[in-house]
Design a protein around this ligand. Structure first.
Ligand code: NAD
Length: 291
């Protein structure tokens, strides 16, 4: 049974996740390179350590929530594998490339650990409220062990398949999200030019075949549909820079898999230009400003 957990990476996402692990009754060891993030984790009931290796010593599970695959590879090879007990379950919740996820899981397995990739859907608010959705890659046994940990931080935990399958599901989903957000923005921009009342268009399209999540849960037009980042001048939400990161990962995976993704490629170009123009911090629905 998992009672103690080390969490590495206490940023926008990991900070809230650590708090929910504490609330879930786990003893939580924490580490981040940022002193500020560590101080906040301490206030939230975590025990803070000076290095990853010290934080993972003797724990039942390790959760990582870090920026990218290069950092994950280095943190696991240098500071987790061989430092945490082999009985500890390893869970990487970061969004990284499928190839690195598989490589790190293989290295962990070779050293005697069970590991899952468990990237999330849901942003900073879902991380702090404990309502993330986890897509999990790993063996059935590892998934079953992971459930208790992930349930403390999320509202849904889904087994996607073997190692890397969680990351594969995440980037396929987010590529689709980037594409249909741009499509939704195009449709609303054109509706406006054609003289349509945007509330009327929303009422029609949200009940017709153009309906999609970008429209009905996250409408990019201020004042239309449920409250969304568009109603807050595109602050908060899911940053365009993170959408670009996920689209790049999707294109890398498509290339490795030898599959053609023309719409994903175009979506990446559009978010690349938007981010290069200084808009990386704006919510990804702000792409409507370019149309
Ligand atoms: P963030 O930049 O806010 O946090 C990352 C944290 O990692 C920082 O506090 C940083 O100091 C720490 N860090 C970096 N290198 C480290 C190391 N070697 N050892 C210890 N700590 C280290 O990022 P975030 O928004 O929390 O995102 C984390 C992950 O979650 C990313 O992979 C991101 O793609 C994914 N994600 C983010 C969101 C979102 O809305 N922010 C949504 C879904 C998934």
């Amino acid at each position: 049974m998992i009672k103690s957990i080390a969490i590495v990476g206490l940023g926008n996402m990991g900070g809230g996740m650590a708090l929910n692990l504490v609330r879930g009754g786990f003893r939580v060891h924490a580490f981040d390179l940022s002193r500020e993030a560590c101080a906040k984790a301490k206030e939230n009931g975590c025990e803070v350590f000076a290095t990853v290796a010290e934080a993972v010593r003797g724990v039942d599970a390790v959760v990582t929530m870090l920026p990218n695959g290069g950092i994950i590879d280095s943190v696991y090879s240098n500071e987790v594998i061989g430092k945490a007990p082999t009985s500890a379950l390893l869970l990487d919740c970061s969004t990284i490339d499928v190839a690195t996820a598989r490589h790190v899981a293989n290295a962990a397995r070779a050293a005697g650990y069970e590991m899952v990739d468990a990237p999330v859907s849901g942003g900073i608010a879902a991380a702090s409220q404990g309502t993330l959705t986890f897509m999990v890659g790993g063996t059935k046994h590892a998934f079953q062990r992971a459930e208790a940990v992930l349930n403390a931080m999320g509202k849904a935990v889904i087994h996607a398949g073997e190692s890397g399958a969680g990351q594969a599901a995440k980037i396929c989903n987010n590529m689709l999200l980037g594409i249909h957000m741009i499509g939704t923005c195009e449709a609303f921009a054109m509706a406006e030019r054609l003289g349509l009342d945007l509330h009327a268009f929303y009422d029609i399209a949200s009940k017709a075949s153009g309906q999609c999540w970008s429209m009905t849960s996250y409408c990019p037009v201020p004042g239309v549909g449920p409250h969304s980042p568009a109603d807050n001048d595109f602050q908060g939400g899911f940053a365009s820079a993170l959408m670009l990161k996920d689209l790049k990962l999707a294109l890398e995976a498509a290339e490795t898999a030898g599959t053609s993704v023309p719409m994903g490629t175009r979506a990446k170009e559009i978010y690349e230009a938007f981010t290069a123009a200084g808009n990386g911090g704006l919510d990804f629905s702000a792409i409507i400003r370019t149309l």
